[in-house]
Structure formats: structure tokens, C-alpha cells
Design a protein around this ligand. Sequence first.
Ligand code: NZQ
Ligand code: ZN
Length: 385
Amino acid sequence: MDNFLFHAGTKIYFGKGEIKNLAQEIHTYGTNVLLVYGGGSIKKNGIYDQVISLLSDCNVIELPGIEPNPRIETVRNGVTLCKKNRIDVILAVGGGSVIDCSKVIAAGMYYDGDAWDLVTTPAKIKKVLPIVTVLTMAGTGSEMNKNAVISDMKTNQKLGTASNEMIPKVSILDPQYLYTLPAKQTAAGTADIMSHIFENYFKEDETAFVQDAFAEGLLRSCIKYCPIALKEPENYEARANLMWSSTLALNGLVGAGKAGPWICHPIEHELSAFYDITHGVGLAIVTPRWMRHILNEKTVEKFAQYGKNVWGIAEEDSFVCANKAIDCTEQFFRDCGIPMTLSELGINDTHFEKMAEKAVRIGGLENAFVPLKQRDVVEILQKCL
Ligand code: NZQ
Ligand code: ZN
């Protein structure tokens, strides 16, 4: 297990009605609030009205319309609003896109240059406005982590940035807020949670037993509860377990002490940068193809461990067990209703070479558990068609 810094600085209020703590937490930071939200789901499901009435004694400036795969232009608008209105605290109400956008806006408040610099050069993030979140979607873990992913569609760039300063101060997680999540987003969010776990689980290091045990437990939770949430959107137990799995999968716990690059995320970021697809859908399509591509003598025991501990596959032969586990993974995503080919999303091989070159370069894939070159990524993408 490598050395690590575990910094989880978010106060979490979890459960039914915990929104009652919102006003008191916001007041800790001030009364000039930038309320950031997406395309309108919070107006339909009543969360917006709840938030506005709780903040009746605050000066609330609104930034609606955050796109899934948030754009740099929207970040710039948010920075302008913050500077003009001397905002004290940003309240992000939504999923990962809203929270990520809020994080870079918060950093932009104290940066004199263009906000895109904060995406390309995380070291430029110094001081950041406090961020409070009300989570409405389980998937990214952005509610308790330092990451933000922003897109510039004009240049086909979707890049991640990170800073401990951007970790939300407070996040309110009420699983009832997931009841209105469409099936597509429930499934995509679960694929995202699972991918965050895979990215850390399938690593060179075999000594991080604790982290891998967490990983296997969280994966079992996703596999158990996603189908229930799809069938019964208002099943509290299912929504609660998915919501907490999302947070724990990417708050640093599972990846602590397990160095090395992620693989499927850099590849998915290229798919989104060129085709603006749903993050979790892209990951679900790429993951089983990547798994098959890297299954070999060196990796087989890890995949067999995954098969035994996560899927309960009782096979003596490691390769048989590993292959069954990968098949189960693919079938699980399919059963959740995720389109499992790029062709179904209208994507062909036009940009594969370019996307593969960028994924390898930006993601550092040549240093991965199983190193990948451009031609490997092209092969993986071709298997996704
Ligand atoms: O925009 P609205 O109308 O709110 O609708 C959203 C959006 O269309 C809808 N939604 C969210 N909560 C809802 C709801 N609809 C009904 N009821 C609710 N309760 O769901 C759609 C997707 O929302 P979005 O925030 O885009 O989804 P997600 O949470 O998956 O975030 C995706 C973004 O996060 C990035 C992704 O790349 C992508 O840009 N990621 C962020 C990470 C992080 N910060 O650590 C890590 C991830 O790997 C990921 O890259
Ligand atoms: Zn992700």
C-alpha cells in the first residue's frame, strides 16, 4: 500500500428531511448566495421551492441551466455573477454537473485570468468560495471530493481539474431527492459509481486489502440496489444505498494508497468531448471491452477475485471465473437498460484515432496497470461499436 493523504473535509447530512440544516449551514458563510442548478428538474420536483423558502432571509442570485457535461462558457458566466454580486457562498443543487460547475466558479472568484486556466492548470486554484451542495443524483461523488470536469465543446476538450480547496464544505444527501431521477440517469449513475471503483480496484498493488474490501462491498451494493431502484423508483432503501455508495466510491477511500492512472474515464471523456454523451453510459460501454482487452496471465487473479467476491462465481479455473465476471458486468449494464454499443448512440469510428491519441496522452495510459498505447485504445473503441 502506497503512502497517501486522505482529506475528506465535507460535513454530510444524510437522510430524510436533512435539508432542515441548510439555512444554518449557509449562514455560517454569509447571506449573499449564488444558487446554481440545472435544466429544471428541481423546479418540477419541488426541491427548488424548498430551498428558496429556507433561504428567505438571504440574497439569492440564480445561475440556472447548467448543462450535463458543464461548459466553460457557463463557468465564466458564474464567475462574472460572483464578482458582480460579491457572493459569499455557492449553493449547488443538482448532480455532478451542477456541483462541478460550481467548484470552478468558486475558484474563478479569486482568479484574475480566464477560468479555463483553472481547468488546464489545477495549481492555479488557490483560494475558493465555500461550496454547499444539495445532491439530486447518485453517481459522481462530486459532493465529497476535490474534482471537477469541465468541457470546451469548441475544441473537443473535456478535462478534469482538482484541488482540495474545492471540496464542498457541506453536502445534504436526502435519498428521497432521487425518486424523480429517470431510469436512464439511475442506471448511468450506477455505472459511474461502479467505474470509479473499478478504476481503483484493478491496479498493480495487491496489498491494499482494506480498500479492496470496501470496493467489493460497494460494488455488491450497486448490483443489489440499482435493479430495485429501477423497478421501484421510490424505494428508500435502494436510493439510500446507491446515494451513499456514490459518495464513498469517490471520496478517496477506495483509491487511497493505490497509485496509477485511470483508464475508462480518459477514454469516456474523449467520447463526451466529441459527442456530448452521458458520462455513465460511455463508461458502461467501454468497461467490459477494456476488461477483456487487459485480461491476461498478469491480471487474471484480480479478475477472478472480482468474480468470486463480487459476483459469487464459484469456479476453480481463474480464466473461466474472470471471463464469467466480465460477462456478468456487461449483462448487468444491459439489464439496467443502458445501450451497450457506440453505434446505438450514433457514434462511428471517424474520430477514434484522435480520441485514442488524446486519451493515452492526457490520461497517461502508458503507465497503467496494463499499459495501453493508442492502437490498444482504438481496438477497445472498435469493440464498442
Ligand atoms: O439538469 P436537470 O434538469 O437538473 O436534469 C439532470 C440532468 O439532465 C437530471 N437530474 C439530476 N437529478 C435529478 C434529475 N432529474 C430528475 N430528478 C432528479 N433528482 O439528470 C441529468 C444528469 O445530471 P448530471 O449532473 O449531468 O449527472 P451526473 O451526476 O452524472 O454528472 C455528470 C458530470 O460529472 C462529471 C461527468 O464527466 C459529467 O460531466 N464527473 C464528475 C466527477 C467528479 N466531480 O468527481 C467524476 C466523474 O467521473 C465524472 O467525470
Ligand atoms: Zn465517473
